[in-house]
Design a binder for this molecule. Structure first.
Ligand SMILES: [Zn+2]
Length: 636
């Protein structure tokens, strides 16, 4: 195990001073100087002409930089991350674009800020015209694959573009519950290693998303036993073990592999009163580890002090490999900084969390990290001098009004809403208590105490009527508590205010259907579809209902649309088979149903498929579980 020296705090404003000191203190090769002498360094030390290295991008979810040994933490166990850092380049002050899984990953994979690529909230979808890193690698002849660990970045969110394989195997939508929403890092690594063994000559771009460090922190018992009372450290130790296994396995198959290890955001662990992430924009959740390693090709033991941004990663990778940059980017290549051709950082890091408004009706938060300063745009703005105050506890606004004004103006130039800030919304600082109560209400729901959970959400709403997530939760809980008419009223109100999710329309249709009003159910699905045209769940349900009412050609069209949006909707395949059979097109129906058997041979749907056309030979399996209201998307 290699332990790197502690982070040189407060060095961010002195571009190379702190980094050079850290390197010297560690007794490491002064690669900065060596790199500077090499000039255009990658080209001179490049692989043989035409040969590109494999690229392994590992995103460690919810991982704080300051909990890794390489970043100075002494109580954890992170040999894999520490070794990558010792053999490569470590960025001491790397900032994510948002403290949320999906927007942060989208910004990493496109090199664009959320405000520019349109992925700003948990349920956004990357627009089809946004160029991605994976597309660039594929166009250059790479085999590309992603293995992800949570539904928050599943293929419905548009990140799959450019990947030959996008493995987000959590079971079919609508049946994902609780633990199934997450894939243990070990399973993700197993699948990635199996894929990488394929006997192909091309280099590989492989993204693995290891998500276990997210709360709740419950590492495997064998690891947890080594960290009594420190569940987060245990999770990180487990994920680090898995990362080590992945790096070793990929490098065995592809000795020339460039490895990037980073996080999408941190974990607050009680800092500023926030338990996990997804609320505030302080460094606890927005500063992330970022390490780039390829022994012999990337300088080793270099620590880069200036502030960098995760949107700089895409341009950096493309620069390192010698591929053309993406057509537009909010980041810049960090190679000049690494090799000493540049001394200044790439610019301030802009951070946002607009989901506070869409989820809870609160004011959005924007932040700018520039040099040692963190400026937070809120109804009551904040300024911190992290050199003096690394915990960001002591607001420096009063002393540094001129700095605050300059940073506010710079932030507004990057994110216009920070300049034309919405008025009349509550400051998230003042409502953290509501947010924590919301989280407690989710736990109450988890214990199936529905009436108590309804009470908890109503109490939140009595103080903050705009707390949308509670409003939506109440409508679902009322259904679960059997109070259907009340739920229907509240859902209609959400629709009237354009605050309904696709799930709301599904539940409205479900209640009408249960009341044996199929026409009205269909009407809600049609309205929902007009509002959410890319909702596979709405199209699937509507296709089912059209089938039931014997409108076969319309049903067929709708089910095909649902499957084009979400191929894993196994029941939609069964229904499509039925729609084709009903139109006398048995050969086509057989094709669809046999494909289902091929895709999911052991599923209940495969057994159902056997009943569609008499005589079709399928292996019978257990019957499907009873239908239940569509689950809502994860809260963060
Ligand atoms: Zn995340």
């Amino acid at each position: 195990m290699t332990t790197a020296p502690p982070v040189a705090r407060g060095g961010a404003s002195r571009p190379w001073g702190a980094a050079a000191a850290a390197v010297a203190a560690a007794g490491l090769v002064t690669a900065l100087v060596a790199g500077a002498r090499l000039g255009p360094w990658w080209k001179e030390r490049a692989l043989p002409r035409g040969q590109k290295p494999t690229v392994l991008l590992i995103t460690l979810d919810a991982t704080r930089a300051d909990r890794l040994g390489a970043y100075g933490y002494s109580q954890g166990r992170t040999p894999a991350a520490d070794e990558l850092a010792a053999q490569g380049v470590l960025f001491e002050q790397a900032y994510a674009a948002a403290p949320l899984c999906l927007p942060s990953h989208a910004s990493i994979l496109t090199g664009r800020l959320p405000v520019h690529n349109g992925v700003r909230d948990d349920l956004d979808v990357l627009p089809p015209d946004a160029p991605t890193l994976a597309e660039r690698f594929r166009a250059a002849g790479y085999r590309t694959a992603a293995f992800v660990g949570t539904t928050s970045v599943d293929q419905s969110r548009g990140l799959a573009r450019g990947f030959d394989v996008y493995d987000d195997d959590f079971g079919p939508p609508g049946k994902r519950v609780g633990a199934y929403e997450r894939g243990a890092a070990s399973a993700v690594v197993d699948r990635a290693l199996a894929w990488v063994q394929a006997p192909h000559d091309q280099p590989v771009f492989l993204w693995a998303h290891l998500a276990d460090s997210m709360a709740p922190h419950n590492a495997p018992a064998a690891v947890a036993a080594d960290f009594p009372g420190r569940a987060y450290d245990a999770e990180i130790a487990f994920v680090d073990e898995q990362m080590g296994r992945l790096v070793a396995g990929v490098r065995r198959r592809h000795p020339q592999t460039l490895v990037v290890a980073m996080a999408d955001h941190g974990e607050s662990l009680g800092d500023h009163g926030e338990d996990a992430f997804g609320y505030f924009v302080y460094s606890a959740t927005t500063r992330v580890p970022l390490v780039v390693s390829m022994p012999g090709k990337v300088p080793s033991g270099v620590r880069v002090a200036p502030v960098v941004r995760t949107v700089d990663l895409a341009p950096t990778l493309l620069d390192l490999i010698g591929l053309p940059a993406l057509p537009v980017s909010d980041g810049v290549s960090l190679v000049p900084l690494v090799v000493g051709r540049a001394t200044e950082g790439p610019g301030p890091a802009a951070i946002e969390n607009v989901s506070l408004q869409s989820k809870y009706g609160l004011a959005p938060l924007f932040a700018l990290r520039a040099g040692p300063h963190l400026y937070v745009k809120a109804p009551r703005p904040e300024l911190y001098d992290t050199a003096q105050d690394p915990q960001e506890k002591d607001e420096a606004s009063a002393r540094l009004t001129r700095v605050a004004a300059r940073l506010a103006s710079e932030l507004g130039a990057v994110i216009p809403e920070a300049a034309s800030y919405p008025g009349g919304l509550r400051d998230p600082k003042d409502t953290l208590d509501l947010y924590n109560r919301y989280q407690l209400a989710l736990d109450t729901e988890g214990r199936r105490e529905f009436e108590q959970a309804i009470g908890a959400h109503r109490s939140i709403l009595s103080e903050a009527p705009g707390f949308l997530y509670s409003r939506r939760k109440v409508t679902e809980l009322l259904i679960r508590a059997g109070r259907l008419a009340e739920s229907e009223l509240e859902m209609k109100d959400l629709v009237a205010k354009d605050q309904a999710l696709d799930n709301t329309y599904l539940n409205l249709a479900l209640l009408r259907y249960r009341a044996e009003k199929r026409d009205e159910a269909l009407e809600w699905l049609t309205k929902g579809e007009a509002r959410y045209p890319r909702s596979a769940a709405l199209r699937h349900r509507r296709g089912r209902l059209l089938l039931e009412t014997k409108r076969y050609p319309e049903a067929e069209e709708e089910l095909r649309e649902a499957l084009s949006l979400e191929p894993r909707l196994l029941d939609a395949r069964v229904a499509l088979g039925e729609a084709l059979h009903a139109q006398g097109r048995d050969e086509e129906a057989k094709g669809v149903l046999e494909e289902l058997r091929h895709v999911a041979p052991d599923s209940p749907e495969a057994a159902e498929a056997g009943q569609v056309i008499p005589g079709l030979d399928l292996t019978p399996v257990a019957p499907a579980p009873a239908a239940s209201p569509a689950p809502s998307p994860p809260a963060r």
